[in-house]
Design a protein around this ligand. Structure first.
Ligand code: NAD
Length: 289
């Protein structure tokens, strides 16, 4: 397929490389990044012209809306605008409506798997859009990832992503509190892991991504909390889930508290640039405790 790829940062560059590796013809645009091996266009509109699909991988919904306004008039009828960024549900739906009005198809397809998954081509895509749009971009998902779930209509992919990450933020904090409580109760962390990993308090945060160094499988905790999934990206996603909850009238008190704790951790407690599992540090007793 001919693909316009807009936003070639930490995630976009390796995703575009995997499309090229799979034989797709990629024309890229990014105002800053110049990844090797990608043919670059002079503008987003130029990258989009004549493409079967335009993939965007951008920082937020405001930038997505601006880029969409630029590329939609340049795209050929029947082409698909496929946004893989993590953005607010309202922006995803607004972009889908604008694309539809111009005779295009649109799909929101945020990812999980991070920079490692983008490089390895093992991302999971959560897609929102029509069956036709999903079928058309499926070969692109296959080149960039291992799994693509069609979640429903426009915005459903973003909805799935923020629901997942709200659970992840809450369970990571709960797991960290429990390790810190275990410390204060004189319970060995490894013993807590041995019990909880096979008991009802088990979660992905504990068994696949344990926040305590030296316990469980290798994780960012064992690398000085080098991300992984940075605390500020978790804060972004928790903010999006709170925004969506407010707009939908949903009560999410645990999500709200997780968002506030990650805000403090990132903005006031030195968490910026660390993996999100480093939030364990704010609960740990001091060295003399
Ligand atoms: P990044 O900041 O590395 O890349 C974003 C790119 O967009 C940059 O290269 C920037 O120059 C470019 N850009 C900004 N404005 C632009 C414009 N007007 N036109 C074209 N390009 C523009 O960010 P990233 O880590 O690659 O993340 C991208 C998206 O993926 C975000 O929405 C993020 O939430 C999501 N995401 C990231 C991860 C991760 O682990 N990094 C995991 C899952 C999802």
């Amino acid at each position: 397929m001919r693909v316009g790829f807009i936003g070639l940062g930490n995630m976009g560059a390796p995703m575009a490389a995997n499309l090229i590796r799979a034989g797709h013809e990629v024309s890229g645009f990014d105002p800053v990044a110049r990844p090797a091996g990608v043919t670059m266009a002079a503008s987003a509109a130029e990258a989009a012209r004549g493409a079967d699909a335009v993939v965007t991988m951008l920082p937020n919904g405001a930038i997505l809306r601006a880029v969409a306004a630029e590329v939609i008039p340049a795209m050929a009828a029947g082409a698909v605008l496929c946004d893989c960024s993590t953005v607010d549900v309202a922006s995803a739906r607004a972009v889908a409506a604008a694309a539809g009005a111009a005779g295009l198809m649109a799909i929101d397809a945020p990812v999980s798997g991070g920079v490692g998954g983008a490089a390895a081509g093992t991302l999971t895509f959560m897609a929102g859009g029509s069956d036709e749009a999903f079928a058309k971009v499926r070969p692109l998902f296959e080149a960039m990832g291992r799994k693509a779930v069609h979640c429903g209509g426009p915005g459903a992919g973003q909805a799935a992503k923020i629901c997942n990450n709200m659970i992840l933020g809450v369970t990571m904090i709960a797991t960290c509190e429990a390790f810190a409580l275990a410390d204060r109760l004189g319970l060995d962390r490894q013993k807590m892991f041995d019990v909880v990993s096979t008991s009802s308090g088990q979660s992905w945060s504990l068994t696949a991504y344990c926040p305590a160094p030296g316990v469980g499988p290798r994780s960012p905790a064992d690398e000085g909390y080098r991300p992984g999934f940075a605390a500020e990206l978790m804060l972004k996603d928790l903010g999006l889930s709170q925004e969506a909850a407010a707009a939908a009238g949903a009560e999410t008190p645990m999500g709200a508290l997780a968002a506030e704790l990650y805000r403090r951790f990132v903005e006031e407690e030195g968490g910026r640039g660390l993996d999100f599992s480093a939030i364990l540090r704010r609960f740990e007793p001091g060295p003399q405790a």
